[in-house]
Design a binder for this molecule. Sequence first.
Ligand code: C2O
Ligand code: CU
Ligand code: CU
Length: 482
Amino acid sequence: MPLASPSRKIHAVSGQYPCSFGAVIGLAMACACGDNTQPPGRSPALSVLTDLDPAADVVEVMLVATPAQVEYLDGKTAQVWAFRDGADPGSAGSVPGPMLEAKLGDRVVVHFRNELPEETTIHWHGLRVPNAADGTPVAQMPIPPGGTYDYEMTLVDEGLFWYHPHMHGDVQIERGLYAPILVHGATRPVVAADRVFVLDDVKLDASGELSTYTDTLDLMLGRQGNVVLVNGVPDAHVTAAAGSIERWRFVNAANGRYFNLDLDGRPLRVIGTDGGPVNEPYDVQQLVVAPGERYDLLVTLPSAPGGEVVLRTVHYDRGHDIPDPGPIDLVTVSLGATVSSGDPMAPRGVIEAIPIAGDTTRRRFVLREDDSNPQSPVFLINDEVYPDVTIVPSAVGAIEIWEIENDSEMDHPFHLHGMSFQVVGSDGSIATPLAWKDTVNVPRSTTVSFAVRMGDPGRWMFHCHILEHAERGMMGELAVSP
Ligand code: C2O
Ligand code: CU
Ligand code: CU
C-alpha cells in the first residue's frame, strides 16, 4: 500500500483536523477517528511535497518528472511517467504526484527538473499566476530532458487546483503526470475529515501495463480507460464516522471521461467550484465533473454505524451515443461508530458579479469537429486548427463576454488560462449562486457564455480539456496587453 512516509514533513497541516489530514495524506493508520481496522481495498492516500522554506508564508518545493513504476492492479506493475518529491532523494514517482499544499497568500517557488526522455512544461491549472509561470510553450521555452525551470507565484485564490504538463498533454498526462494543488483559505469548515479525490481512468492491458494503443474512438472522444482510478487506485476504501459531515474535493484529471458523482442518492452540498467557495452553497443529487473541473462538497454520511456507503460515477450522456456502462464504484466508505456533527459553518465566497451590460464586448467561439477522416479527426475553434489560429487581442482589466457555441455532436469542457470567469445565465445576467470557474462544460448543440475580466498581461491559452481535442486543434491563444 503506497502510504506516505510518516517522517515526511507536512507543512500547513493544522492540528485542528488530526483525523482528516490523516485520511488525505495517508497517515490513516495513526488516525484516532472511527475504528482503526483497515477496510478491504486500497487507501486513496496522497503524499505532500516537502516545504523546504521555514518561513510561514513561503512554500519552496522541488519537483521532478520521471519515468516510474506503479501498481494500478495489485501485483502488476505499470511503467508510467510520474512526479516525485525532489526534496527526498529516495522518493519514487507516484500517480497522482505529490500534492502541493499551501495557503492563501503564500509565495510558492517550485524548482522543477525534467527527467523524462522528452521536453515538457508544467502548468498550474486554475491558479492565477504571472504569465512566465503559466507553463505553456507560448509562455516559456520547453524544458528539455535533463533541464530545469523555476516557477514562482503568489497564491491569490483558495481552492483545489492541479498541475500537469502542457506539452503532448494527451500522452504525458495519460502516462501519469498530474497532481492536486490544495490552497487553504483563512477559515475551514468544521468537518470530521477533509479529503481530496483525484479522478482519472487508464486503459490497461491484461498485464496491467498502460495500453499504447489509441483507437479512433479514443481520438474522437478522448481516451476513456477501462479502469477508473481515485488517487491512483481502482478500489478506494476509506473509513468514516457514521453520521458525520466530511468535506470532499474532486478534480477530474482524465483525458476524456466525464464523472457523474452519486453517493447512493444522498444529497451532495456544493460549497465551492474551480476558483474557491461559492457565495451560497447548494444541494445536488448528482454532480457532473467534466475533465479539468473541480468541486468542493460537504457530505453527510448515514447515521447507522457498521454499514457502507458507496460513491459511484453514473452514466452521463456526453454525445456520440456512448453506451451506458452502468454505475462504477469510486470510493467505498465503511462506517464506524456514530459521531454527530453540528453545523460545519462552511466558508462563503465573497464574490461580486462581474459588471456586464448591453455594450460589453462580446466574442463568439464556435467549436466544431471534423471527422471526415476518422483515422485523424480534427477539432476546430472558429474553423481554425491550433497552432494556425488568429490570436485574440485584449487588454488588462477589460471586461468581455465569451460565447462558446458547441456546433458538434459531443460536449466539450472549455478552459481558459490566467483568469477565472463567471457563467452568464440564459437571462443574460451572471448566473447565481456566484461562482468562479476556469473550466466549463459546453453541452453539444448549446451555447454557454461567461464574463471575464482580463488579468495579467501575456499570452494565455484556451482550449477544450479533452486532451485529444486540444492536441488536435481545439486550442486558441489570447494576448492580454498591459
Ligand atoms: Cu489543465 Cu491548459 O490546462
Ligand atoms: Cu489551465
Ligand atoms: Cu473537446
